[in-house]
Design a protein around this ligand. Structure first.
Ligand SMILES: [Zn+2]
Ligand SMILES: [Zn+2]
Length: 138
């Protein structure tokens, strides 16, 4: 299940899009691939199981969106329900106190969803605040 968000500057109306969480699996070579929702996209996905969740997160410092691993499990999960239940057994080196670290500049200012803490000063006008709004659910 994923939600799409739009973060718009309340001053200059610059906006960015973020989304997630998206289920992923790893193929036999360890490559990250989309698992699909509500059903697995392929037989391979179904066999490999959900390995974790990723999201498109935005870094206001880099002014770029990154496809980021939000959580990766120690081993693949059997199905959606058990995956969500296992949310606490997460491992993610990029996660820091509920915030995500940018893979490029390493600051923990990545924004993803509409939690209060996830707002950022607009990198374009440096006046407004980027505020999130959920715009679609998949
Ligand atoms: Zn702005
Ligand atoms: Zn960055």
């Amino acid at each position: 299940m994923g939600v799409g968000y739009r973060y718009m500057c309340d001053w200059c109306l610059y906006f960015v899009r973020t989304s997630g969480p998206w289920e992923f699996y790893r193929d036999s070579k360890g490559n990250r691939k989309p698992y699909g929702h509500p059903v697995p996209t392929s037989e391979e996905a179904e066999k490999r199981g959900i390995q974790g969740f990723s999201g498109d997160l935005y870094c206001p410092k880099c002014d770029k969106t990154f496809d980021t691993v939000l959580v990766e499990f120690a081993g693949p999960s059997e199905g959606y329900a058990s995956t969500w239940a296992g949310w606490n057994e997460r491992t993610n080196e990029l996660m820091h106190e509920e915030r995500f670290m940018c893979p490029e500049c390493r600051t923990t200012q990545m924004i993803w969803n509409t939690r209060e803490a996830e707002e950022a000063v607009c990198p374009r006008c440096k006046e407004g605040i980027l505020r999130g709004l959920a715009i679609w659910i998949a």
